[in-house]
Design a protein around this ligand. Sequence first.
Ligand code: DC
Length: 239
Amino acid sequence: MMSEVVVAIDGPSGSGKSSVSKGVAAEFDLDYLDTGAMYRAITWFMLTAGVDLAEPEAIAALADRPTLVSGMNPSEPTISVDGTDVSEAIRSTSVTGAVSAVSAVPAVRERLVTLQRAAVTQAAKAGRGIVVEGRDIGSVVLPQADPKVYLTADPQVRAQRRAAENQASARGTQDVAATEESLRNRDAADSSRKASPLQLAVDAHVVDATELTLPQTIAAVSDLVANVIGSNPADLQSP
Ligand code: DC
């Protein structure tokens, strides 16, 4: 069925993955899973539980503890931890500053990868396709995804966009230089960690959004999705 397409969108912080993924999901009526939000939610849980983030064993010991539930509607994605909606709380500077340390712990990644694959299976059982965004979706979590997109943009452009987003939502820093430094630090940590670093899947399509507006980027990714759907006529839904 057309709706069972699985789209992987990976890329560094601030590349526009969330806006693009939600836009593409809305266009094709697909579910949407933000795996970064899952890493943020488990980080929120660790901070709230008072875990010492300098102790990977302490993080690993609690990795299976919280119940995480992701709402997969692209127009209103949600995430809860043990029944508490943390959709807003996971965007705080304290979570943003701690998430690379938590997401580098293999036990955390194992737990979340299992949940991510289960979400895709659940969508498929309901006859729905899905857009999954993250850092290792095409390379590790869903190697069967098609299309795989690697969305990127120059660091200065990513920082400007992220700072403007922060200003619009009145959260996080609005200082472009500070945002760029934070993005570069997170890129370095996410790309150099041992467990599933940010990496380009061999069969990923690179979309560089440096010179593109959001609608142009959504259109570029939508073309890739349309190609996949169109390349397998048996998958097209009957009218
Ligand atoms: O996309 P984001 O900024 O909300 O992601 C938050 C953090 O989670 C990011 O620093 C890296 C981590 N992450 C990850 O390790 N693997 C993923 N699939 C998604 C995010």
